[in-house]
Write a protein that binds this ligand. Structure first.
Ligand SMILES: [Zn+2]
Ligand SMILES: [Zn+2]
Length: 140
Protein backbone atom coordinates (compact mmCIF):
# COMPACT_ATOMS: atom_id res chain seq x y z
CA UNK A 1 0.00 0.00 0.00
CA UNK A 2 1.37 3.36 -1.03
CA UNK A 3 1.36 6.37 1.19
CA UNK A 4 -1.26 9.03 0.51
CA UNK A 5 0.31 11.91 -1.42
CA UNK A 6 -1.82 14.71 0.00
CA UNK A 7 0.18 17.73 1.14
CA UNK A 8 -1.15 20.82 2.84
CA UNK A 9 0.09 24.08 4.29
CA UNK A 10 -0.22 24.38 8.04
CA UNK A 11 -2.23 27.40 9.17
CA UNK A 12 -0.19 30.00 11.11
CA UNK A 13 -1.92 29.17 14.39
CA UNK A 14 -0.86 25.52 14.14
CA UNK A 15 2.70 26.55 13.34
CA UNK A 16 2.86 28.87 16.33
CA UNK A 17 1.55 26.10 18.57
CA UNK A 18 4.50 24.00 17.49
CA UNK A 19 6.91 26.68 18.60
CA UNK A 20 6.93 25.84 22.27
CA UNK A 21 8.02 28.82 24.38
CA UNK A 22 11.40 28.38 26.00
CA UNK A 23 12.62 25.89 23.44
CA UNK A 24 15.40 27.04 21.21
CA UNK A 25 14.44 25.27 18.04
CA UNK A 26 17.09 25.54 15.36
CA UNK A 27 14.54 26.21 12.64
CA UNK A 28 10.96 27.14 12.15
CA UNK A 29 8.80 24.08 11.81
CA UNK A 30 8.16 22.98 8.27
CA UNK A 31 4.87 24.63 7.29
CA UNK A 32 3.98 21.86 4.87
CA UNK A 33 2.77 18.51 6.11
CA UNK A 34 2.23 15.25 4.28
CA UNK A 35 -0.59 12.82 4.90
CA UNK A 36 0.87 9.77 6.61
CA UNK A 37 -1.97 7.38 5.98
CA UNK A 38 -1.94 4.67 3.38
CA UNK A 39 -3.76 5.64 0.21
CA UNK A 40 -7.35 5.97 1.23
CA UNK A 41 -10.58 5.86 -0.69
CA UNK A 42 -12.07 9.09 -1.89
CA UNK A 43 -8.84 11.06 -1.75
CA UNK A 44 -9.69 12.71 -5.05
CA UNK A 45 -13.43 12.26 -5.20
CA UNK A 46 -14.72 12.88 -1.70
CA UNK A 47 -13.92 16.35 -0.32
CA UNK A 48 -14.70 15.10 3.18
CA UNK A 49 -12.00 12.46 3.21
CA UNK A 50 -9.77 13.37 6.10
CA UNK A 51 -5.99 13.37 5.82
CA UNK A 52 -3.70 13.24 8.83
CA UNK A 53 -0.16 14.39 9.56
CA UNK A 54 1.88 13.82 12.71
CA UNK A 55 2.90 17.09 14.33
CA UNK A 56 4.64 16.37 17.60
CA UNK A 57 4.84 13.76 20.37
CA UNK A 58 2.92 13.84 23.61
CA UNK A 59 4.47 14.30 27.04
CA UNK A 60 5.45 10.65 27.25
CA UNK A 61 5.80 8.09 24.46
CA UNK A 62 2.39 6.73 25.42
CA UNK A 63 0.66 10.08 25.63
CA UNK A 64 -1.55 11.13 22.76
CA UNK A 65 0.50 12.90 20.12
CA UNK A 66 -0.58 16.04 18.32
CA UNK A 67 -1.96 15.40 14.85
CA UNK A 68 -3.15 17.70 12.12
CA UNK A 69 -6.28 16.54 10.34
CA UNK A 70 -7.59 18.15 7.20
CA UNK A 71 -10.10 17.54 4.45
CA UNK A 72 -10.49 19.16 1.08
CA UNK A 73 -8.10 21.72 -0.37
CA UNK A 74 -7.90 25.41 -1.15
CA UNK A 75 -10.67 27.60 0.27
CA UNK A 76 -12.79 24.49 0.87
CA UNK A 77 -10.30 23.05 3.29
CA UNK A 78 -11.34 22.22 6.83
CA UNK A 79 -8.76 21.37 9.44
CA UNK A 80 -8.12 20.71 13.09
CA UNK A 81 -5.00 20.11 15.16
CA UNK A 82 -5.61 17.92 18.17
CA UNK A 83 -4.10 15.17 20.28
CA UNK A 84 -4.98 11.65 19.20
CA UNK A 85 -4.22 8.41 21.05
CA UNK A 86 -1.88 5.94 19.39
CA UNK A 87 -3.12 3.00 17.41
CA UNK A 88 -2.86 -0.01 19.75
CA UNK A 89 -1.74 -2.40 17.02
CA UNK A 90 1.67 -4.04 17.26
CA UNK A 91 3.51 -6.18 14.76
CA UNK A 92 5.40 -9.08 16.29
CA UNK A 93 8.09 -10.79 14.30
CA UNK A 94 8.27 -14.38 15.45
CA UNK A 95 11.74 -14.96 14.05
CA UNK A 96 13.50 -11.99 15.64
CA UNK A 97 11.10 -11.25 18.51
CA UNK A 98 11.01 -7.62 17.49
CA UNK A 99 7.85 -5.71 18.26
CA UNK A 100 6.90 -2.78 16.14
CA UNK A 101 4.18 -0.36 17.16
CA UNK A 102 1.91 1.24 14.64
CA UNK A 103 3.02 4.84 14.12
CA UNK A 104 -0.47 6.12 13.41
CA UNK A 105 -3.30 7.34 15.58
CA UNK A 106 -6.13 5.15 16.84
CA UNK A 107 -8.99 4.42 14.43
CA UNK A 108 -6.95 5.42 11.43
CA UNK A 109 -7.70 3.94 8.04
CA UNK A 110 -7.01 1.80 6.23
CA UNK A 111 -3.52 0.31 6.81
CA UNK A 112 -1.17 0.16 9.77
CA UNK A 113 2.09 2.04 9.38
CA UNK A 114 4.11 -1.06 8.50
CA UNK A 115 1.87 -1.67 5.48
CA UNK A 116 2.37 1.81 4.13
CA UNK A 117 5.26 2.47 1.80
CA UNK A 118 6.56 5.86 0.88
CA UNK A 119 5.99 6.26 -2.87
CA UNK A 120 8.96 8.58 -3.23
CA UNK A 121 11.29 6.15 -1.50
CA UNK A 122 9.96 3.34 -3.65
CA UNK A 123 10.41 5.38 -6.77
CA UNK A 124 14.03 6.05 -5.92
CA UNK A 125 14.65 2.41 -5.07
CA UNK A 126 12.95 1.33 -8.26
CA UNK A 127 15.15 3.55 -10.37
CA UNK A 128 18.28 2.35 -8.64
CA UNK A 129 17.35 -1.27 -9.24
CA UNK A 130 15.72 -1.39 -12.63
CA UNK A 131 16.07 1.90 -14.45
CA UNK A 132 12.82 2.99 -16.03
CA UNK A 133 11.37 -0.41 -16.81
CA UNK A 134 7.59 -0.62 -16.67
CA UNK A 135 5.94 -1.89 -13.54
CA UNK A 136 5.57 -5.65 -13.61
CA UNK A 137 4.10 -8.02 -11.13
CA UNK A 138 5.76 -7.64 -7.75
CA UNK A 139 6.79 -11.25 -7.63
CA UNK A 140 8.54 -12.34 -4.44
ZN1 LIG B 1 -4.48 11.24 2.97
ZN1 LIG C 1 -2.50 1.15 13.19
Amino acid sequence: MLQCTAVTLLPPDAVSRLLAPGVNGPDDPEPYVLCELGEHDGTHTDPHTEHAAYLRPGRTPDSPALWFFWAGSGPERTHRAEPAPWCPAVLRRLDSGLVRRCALFDHHSPSHSWDVTDPLGDLIAERLVSGDSPKGDPSP
